[in-house]
Design a protein around this ligand. Structure first.
Ligand SMILES: [Zn+2]
Length: 348
């Protein structure tokens, strides 16, 4: 067939711009699975950035993914601000100790330099290497922490949730500092070669904070940051709504291009928000990708495709990061189900 195919960049941008893609795109948050699949550990990737880059390229080649990802959710800004980051040998990094114990500590928080401080230069280097490796045809997705998440990490979740009641002024002062630093890092990611900025905010879902608190403390700062990312040249913002967000999806769509959904009915989601954002998801990461059979993966993927793809504003994915121990057979099942669907639907 002589039909010319879109590049991954054209395909992903087509769905973002509400234009017709040549097939449904396929993107996975895959830092841990990719490393395991390539036979590498996190700690090796910290020593050899090319090892990480190669692990992402292998996923593109073997599963026909439409984007590479950096080391998603590495809280480098939080660490540079003074929080203690743990980097387990073969598990994703996380914040073990906050650094802000009260309003008096705000003065100690300086503006961080993404190109010099902590692990940010390492992550920016990964993004530059990924972009150099894939060129213009494949988008590079890179993760940035939204301000509310960074505020929670450097203050401590429970403490910050209490502060919202006891000392809202302090929380807002902290959020201003977080916004400045998260935005500076996000802009540096774009400068380094990131096409899509991925955000996730599991500490601001409906199980964690009320809608009123979300409107006051989380949303305005994120919205501002996303707008700045777009001004800096980000081609798209991909917001991963980890957990339940049903009462705040309309706000989440502001300044966002892709919602990487979790715990939604994907058909209802695309019907409700498809005019505003692209839906990415939502085969269950743990119950299906990690623990399910190949048949379950195929069934769930097909269900997502049949209910959501018709809008043209859909990217097949898991509903969160693909866990490290997921079998390659299950990722293969996802890719094969998509290939068969694309063949039937688009002849592509
Ligand atoms: Zn998640």
């Amino acid at each position: 067939m002589a039909r010319s195919q879109m590049t991954s960049m054209e395909r992903v941008m087509a769905v973002c711009h509400n234009e017709k893609p040549d097939r449904v795109p396929f993107i996975l948050a895959s830092r841990a699975f990719g490393l395991k699949y390539a036979g590498a550990k996190f700690v090796q990737a910290y020593e050899d950035p090319d090892l990480y880059v190669q692990s992402q390229l292998k996923l593109i080649k073997d599963f026909r993914l439409d984007s590479v990802w950096d080391i998603w959710c590495t809280p480098a800004v939080d660490e540079a601000l003074g929080a203690t980051m743990d980097t387990p040998e073969d598990d994703p990094p996380w914040i073990a100790q906050p650094c802000v114990h009260g309003p008096d500590d705000l003065g100690k928080l300086r503006r961080v330099d993404p190109w010099k401080d902590g692990r940010m230069p390492y992550l920016l280097d990964i993004v530059t290497r990924l972009k150099k490796a894939v060129g213009d045809d494949i988008p590079v997705t890179a993760w940035a922490s939204p301000p509310f998440r960074t505020a929670c990490m450097i203050r401590g979740n429970t403490e910050l949730y209490m502060d919202m009641y006891d000392d809202p002024r302090f929380v807002k002062d902290l959020l201003e500092i977080a916004t400045e630093n998260c935005t500076a890092y996000g802009k540096a990611l774009v400068e380094a070669g990131a096409d899509i900025i991925a955000i996730s905010n599991p500490v601001a879902n409906t199980d964690c904070i009320s809608l009123e608190h979300f409107k006051e403390f989380a949303h305005p700062y994120s919205k501002h940051m996303f707008g700045e990312m777009k001004k800096a040249g980000a081609k798209a913002i991909n917001f991963h709504t980890c957990g339940r967000w049903d009462d705040r999806f309309d706000l989440c769509c502001e300044n966002v291009d892709i919602i990487h959904c979790d715990r939604v009915n994907i058909g209802e989601f695309t019907t409700g928000y498809g005019d505003r954002v692209v839906a990415m998801g939502n085969v269950k990461s743990v119950a299906t990708m990690l623990q399910g059979s190949v048949e379950q993966v195929k069934r769930e993927a097909l269900d997502c495709l049949e209910t959501a793809a018709a809008t043209g504003r859909y990217i097949l994915s898991a509903d969160c990061e693909v866990p490290r121990e997921t079998s390659a057979a299950n990722v293969r099942a996802l890719a094969d189900t998509l290939a068969a669907f694309n063949e039937r639907t688009f002849g592509a």
